[in-house]
Design a protein around this ligand. Structure first.
Ligand SMILES: Cc1cc2nc3c(=O)[nH]c(=O)nc-3n(C[C@H](O)[C@H](O)[C@H](O)COP(=O)(O)OP(=O)(O)OC[C@H]3O[C@@H](n4cnc5c(N)ncnc54)[C@H](O)[C@@H]3O)c2cc1C
Length: 459
């Protein structure tokens, strides 16, 4: 049996940063297991042919770099978004870790440009947001860009391999080996066992079902997170410019009058494209911005957060149900003009063609989102668009395009110590898969927390 000091399951930002921190802190024999392909083999057939062939595992969310590899690479440098790590380590330590994570991305080639630093302009926007009934979360954002993310991830891999870290892609962890309440290693889907004195689980959203199954098998306590459901909004870039020019990612929160639900902007993509995201058998919407390729449109998601109360405990299934409904009616993603939605009619190809906004995801099916989204979500979203229109006039115009549905599922949250250790001794769980983060910065930071705990134990 191969023996390692630390076995890391998953090579997304959480797993990569755990390994980077370990080699900075001592001499560890490290193995990273990744069920997806290497970085160079991660090309998505859909991006080339326009057709998803359901790769298993999906090359967008699996492989070296994890979900982050194809991500937009927006580093949100604040404790207020991107996860709940502050609940474990405290916000002061999280703020320090965020600076540290940012410095490492910079070291590996992150862009020096940073948005949201002009305090006067941010204060002014914040005041205007308040008058419109919105709350602006001020934050600094470093935008790496999807293209640059690839280079950074390649350099990180080469650096780790250069320090003796063993990386096995296309290798799936099947079960954890636990004896007497202590982790002993990982049983692989290939039938082999690898011994690990410490094991860090960083399987991301892609591996969250697997992790939930293992948690169940090992008797680890879990709780459900909220589910976020909504639409992606596409407008001419000039309409969003008052927000994106200074802030890049404007995090705005609105509490709806009818339901007092929290609605928020998410993943703002200036001059970007709308894109499908395929997970298992469902297609949802997402957006990207490329550092080099710019479009004339900008897009962002509007998401309504729902935390279900007793007795319902399956928010992920609920989100999937809504996404499947959109897929059933629209054969994938539905697109609708805001004017059509308000007028109670479906969009047709001819109506979309008359919109001032030319869709960047032309494969979406013109349809009617009111057949998909419950009244509560629709009315929350329409209310927020109205408020946003006061801040950036034009967002509420009839030609604005809405794509549905965008759903953000968050993994079950595993009960963890402040060092992110599970009830099983020396078994750590980090990143999006553990349900404690939902972004590049906090997932990376969570890997560092576990690595430091391990380095501390080794002395
Ligand atoms: C399209 C898109 C755009 C995004 N844009 C941004 C952005 O701009 N800014 C931002 O902050 N966040 C963004 N995110 C979110 C960000 O990418 C994630 O929060 C982050 O990647 C989570 O890191 P992680 O390491 O926890 O998991 P992941 O990155 O998901 O990595 C987990 C890895 O583990 C592997 N794995 C799973 N199970 C197993 C197993 N059993 N055995 C072996 N390997 C396994 C998976 O294949 C995967 O490669 C985006 C996400 C997507 C999908």
């Amino acid at each position: 049996m191969e023996r390692y000091d630390v076995v890391i399951v998953g090579s997304g930002p959480a797993g990569i940063f755990a390994a980077l921190e370990l080699i900075r802190r001592g001499k560890f024999k490290i193995l990273i297991l990744e069920k997806g392909p290497s970085l160079e083999k991660r090309s998505c057939p859909e991006r080339i042919t326009g057709e998803c062939i359901n790769c298993r595992p999906c090359r967008v969310t699996s492989g070296w770099g994890g979900a982050g590899a194809f991500s937009d690479g927006k580093l949100t440098l604040t404790t207020d978004v991107g996860g709940w790590l502050g609940e474990y380590i405290g916000n002061t330590e999280l703020a320090q870790l965020i600076d540290y994570i940012d410095s490492i991305y910079l070291e590996f080639g992150g862009s020096r440009e940073i948005h949201g630093t002009n305090e006067g302009k941010v204060r002014n926007l914040s005041r205007r947001a308040t008058l419109a009934g919105l709350h602006l979360i001020p934050m600094k954002v470093r935008h790496l860009g999807t293209d640059r993310c690839f280079d950074i991830l390649r350099l990180m891999r080469d650096h780790l391999e250069g320090h003796g870290v063993r990386i096995k892609t296309r290798t799936r962890a099947a079960h954890l080996i636990v004896e007497g309440g202590e982790v002993k290693g990982v049983h692989l889907a290939s039938g082999e066992d690898v011994f690990g004195r410490y094991v860090i689980l960083a399987p991301g959203r892609e591996g969250s079902d697997w992790l939930a199954g293992e948690a169940d098998r090992l008797g680890l306590e879990t709780t459900a997170n909220a589910v976020d459901i909504g639409v992606r909004v596409e407008v001419p870039a000039a309409v969003l410019a008052p927000l994106t020019e200074e802030l890049y990612e404007a995090k705005l929160v609105y509490y709806s009058k009818s339901f007092e639900d929290q609605v928020r902007t998410f993943c703002v993509c200036p001059n970007g494209v709308v894109a499908p995201e395929i997970t298992d058998d469902i297609t949802t919407v997402n957006g990207h911005s490329y550092a080099e390729k710019k479009t004339d449109n900008s897009n962002f998601a509007l998401l309504v957060s729902t935390a279900f109360t007793e007795p319902f405990k399956r928010p992920i299934d609920y989100g999937k149900y809504i996404a499947r409904l959109a897929n059933l009616l629209g054969n994938g993603i539905i697109i609708q003009r805001l004017g059509d939605l308000k007028a109670g009619r479906r969009s047709t190809p001819a109506r979309v063609a008359r919109s001032v906004v030319e869709p960047t995801y032309a494969e979406a099916t013109p349809g009617d989102l009111s057949f998909v989204l419950p009244y509560r979500y629709l009315s929350d979203i329409l209310e927020m668009i109205e408020a946003l229109d006061k801040l950036a006039p034009g967002i509420g115009s009839p030609g604005t395009l809405l794509y549905g549905v965008e759903v953000k599922f968050y993994s079950l949250r595993i009960k963890l110590s402040p060092e992110l250790e599970t009830k099983v001794t020396d078994l750590f769980a980090v990143g999006d898969g553990a349900g404690i983060t939902r972004g590049l910065v906090q997932s990376s930071a969570s890997g560092v927390v576990a690595a430091r705990a391990i380095a501390g134990r080794r002395g």
